[in-house]
Design a protein around this ligand. Structure first.
Ligand code: CP
Ligand code: NVA
Length: 326
């Protein structure tokens, strides 16, 4: 049966079958080709899209805005401090108001329950642009980048190093399990993902033939990996943890030695960004590189800006698939 995602929310990868995820990745590749060819199909002509942001964003915000404009929709940015959400008005009431005015709603914020509550009451598609638990639009872009480099997801060796229990690690683990990858979390035991999520990943892996490994051992974790992936050591909202994490995670910093230890000829480096790879940001001024060395970040292995561009095409695919004209 033909896949039709019209009217669906995009909150977690668990809500989608591997075929539906592949459909979004294929659509994204098509939309990327069209954009490169200068074709603007305007699949979202006349639609209005609300973009709610409780946390800061460069890529996600810009991807939603540019995708809307490319496809003929109007994006409305609703930042922290702009609306009453959670302060003077409940999430449920906000959802019902925005749902009367907008055709789709993006939410980025803290609690995953908030985006679920919005989806429950909005009556229009709601898209998760990052919560403390999941970052599913990012993982679509990550997978598109893997496909661009290796032609497939199945059996790709994918090692995620660092904070193994944040939104990126959680979403990558579930997505990799669904898509049949050889996925490793390489992190200290205290930062392994929560048990329920690991069990869910193992259930998907049985279906797809994926392998899911959790290890503290860097050498074992990166051996045979085609992709080394990392993220910041303290996520938005966890800034107070930073000093402790720097101590704990230093052995998991991605270095050129680690890229070589994969044993692969052309392994790639991925990072959802923003990244601390030098002294040149306000936060990293004192410490310098954290989760990845500048050498790796700037090397030929690094595909992070292809990955960042793919946020646009994958987010566009999610909006077109769930909201587009039929
Ligand atoms: N990767 C990502 O979500 O980036 P932003 O926080 O800039 O949106
Ligand atoms: N884990 C990071 C991802 C940023 C895109 C954070 O939540 O801050």
């Amino acid at each position: 049966m033909a896949i039709n995602l019209n009217g669906r929310h995009f909150l977690r990868l668990e809500d989608f079958t591997p075929e539906e995820i592949q459909y979004l990745l294929d659509l994204s590749a098509d939309l990327k080709r069209l954009k490169r060819a200068g074709v603007k199909p305007r699949n979202l002509e006349g639609k209005n899209v609300a973009l709610i942001f409780e946390k800061a964003s460069t890529r996600t915000r810009c991807a939603f805005v540019v995708a809307c404009v490319d496809e003929g929709a109007h994006p409305e940015y609703l930042g922290k401090g702009d609306i009453q959400l959670g302060k003077k008005e409940t999430v449920k009431d906000t959802a019902r108001v925005l749902g009367r005015m907008f055709d789709g709603i993006q939410f980025r914020g803290f609690k995953h329950e908030t985006v679920e509550e919005l989806a429950k009451y909005a009556g229009v598609p709601v898209w998760n642009g990052l919560t403390d638990k999941y970052h599913p639009t990012q993982v679509l872009a990550d997978f598109q980048t893997v496909i661009e480099n290796f032609g497939r997801l199945k059996d790709i060796g994918f090692a995620y190093l660092g904070d193994g229990r944040n939104n990126m690690a959680n979403t990558l683990m579930i997505g990799a399990a669904q898509m049949g990858m050889d996925f490793r979390i390489v992190a200290p035991r205290s930062l392994f993902p929560e048990k329920d999520l690991v069990h869910a990943a193992e259930r998907y892996a049985k279906e797809s033939g994926a392998r899911i490994t959790l290890t503290e051992d860097v050498e074992k974790g990166v051996k045979g990996a085609d992709v080394l992936y990392t993220d910041v050591w303290a996520s938005m909202g966890e800034e107070a943890e930073m000093a402790a994490r720097i101590k704990l995670l230093k052995p998991y910093q991605i270095t050129m030695k680690m890229m070589k230890a994969t044993g692969k000829e052309s392994p790639i480096f991925l990072h959802c960004l923003p990244a601390f790879h030098n002294h040149d940001t306000e936060v990293s001024r004192e410490v310098g590189a954290m989760e990845v060395t500048d050498e790796v970040f700037e090397s030929k292995h690094s595909k992070v800006f292809d990955q960042a561009e793919n946020r646009l095409h994958t987010i566009k695919a999610v909006m077109v698939a769930t909201l587009g004209v039929r």
